[in-house]
Ligand binder design. Sequence first.
Ligand code: SF4
Length: 137
Amino acid sequence: MAIVTDKVGIVSCSGEDLPEGTISRIATRIVMEKLRPDDTVTICLPLFLAGSEDERAFAKVFPTIAVDGCDKKCAEVGTNKYSGKPVATVVVSEIMKKYPHLKVKSRDKLSAEEKELALKVAEEIATKVDEVLGRKK
Ligand code: SF4
């Protein structure tokens, strides 16, 4: 199986119960659509966990970054268990400690503060993507 070296796979947790899970999904979308669209691919975690060998080959083919809402690290654990060890993990609850003024509460419609936090998380993911690809932006 050929290893892809010019793209990074992003696997976000699918936490519906915590606002941090929502932030991880939105931040991943910002990276995919705006910050590093040409450098990233993704797979949704439930499909990944329920999927066939094809889906589970994902982290064997791409260097992978897990994006998790909290320290339970469901995306990291699931990716590691079913496919391959992620090269990096970004944890929203850890990043939040750097921005205590940004409060997160909602699980669907984001406030201005939540959007700002999602962008901060997206920027950290994009920095990891650059590191993994050996690029400076
Ligand atoms: S990492 Fe945390 S927020 Fe994400 S799915 Fe797991 S428990 Fe939920």
